[in-house]
Ligand binder design. Structure first.
Ligand SMILES: [Zn+2]
Ligand SMILES: [Zn+2]
Length: 252
């Protein structure tokens, strides 16, 4: 099985043990453990992260050797208990997660970042409260507004840090959402392209998907022209000493 080689796994665990972005950092994650994870979608390694700041635990599912990889296919996935685990048809999360794992599992290498940020960061209970409002005719964004949340509170800092911790050099983002590309770029991730991820709407999530398309500019149609991406130099977090050192090594 080809994955991150044992020697690199040891190196990552060692450098993460001492890693700390400092007290002022809003997000700082550390790799705690890495294990083989054969799945029905392909051979993966699961990387367990712990956030030093809020104690939350996150996962990366890596297929192939992504260490210091260029143009690595990457999918960002925010936890969705109802969609990922319970088979809910109210959203397309479960289907997107399965499809991204399947597609990346069939590629030479890639990574799915599984971020434990239920309901776009609002938490499980609030998400169900929003569902309840939707049962009374609100759309997903209106429901979140009623609850006092912004449309999208996912933390791209976290994703950028996780990619940096794994020494991924540049990324092809698997997404239909141009906002995700810009947000991740604004956190210093070098993005060289986009891989669309299209799932078929069902009778329950059609309205939700149409709303996302209209209100968040999601590219749900396969024929939408590609976004022109600006270039960023390196995945750098000024607080992240290991990565800063890594970037300097590159320019030397
Ligand atoms: Zn850090
Ligand atoms: Zn969902």
């Amino acid at each position: 099985m080809t994955g991150i080689p044992k020697a690199i796994v040891e190196k990552l665990l060692k450098e993460n043990k001492a890693h700390d972005c400092g007290k002022t950092a809003e997000v700082c994650v550390r790799i705690i453990a890495i294990a083989e994870l054969p799945t029905i979608y392909g051979d993966y390694q699961v990387i367990a992260f712990e956030n030093n700041v809020d104690g939350r635990e996150h996962a990366a599912l890596a297929h192939g050797d992504i260490y210091e990889g260029e143009e690595v296919p990457v999918r960002l996935h925010s936890e969705c208990l109802t969609g990922d685990t319970l088979g809910s048809l109210r959203c397309d999360c479960g289907e997107q997660l399965q499809q991204s794992l399947k597609e990346i599992g069939a590629m030479p290498a890639g990574v799915v970042l599984y971020m434990r940020q239920e309901g776009r960061g609002i938490g499980f209970v609030n998400k169900i409260r929003a569902y309840q409002l939707q049962d009374y005719g609100y759309d997903t964004f209106q429901a979140n507004e009623v609850l006092g949340f912004k449309p999208d509170e996912r933390d791209y800092d976290l994703a950028a840090h996780m990619l940096g911790s794994l020494h991924v050099r540049s990324v092809k983002l698997m997404t239909n959402n141009p906002e995700k590309i810009r947000d991740l770029q604004s956190h210093g991730v070098k993005i060289t392209g986009r891989i669309p991820l299209i799932t078929e709407p069902n009778q329950y999530n059609q309205f939700y998907l149409e709303t996302k398309k209209l209100k968040a500019g999601h590219l749900l149609d396969k024929n939408v022209p590609e976004v022109i991406l600006e270039h960023q130099n390196e995945i750098i977090d000024p607080n992240h000493s290991a990565r800063t050192r890594h970037a300097r090594d590159d320019s030397a």
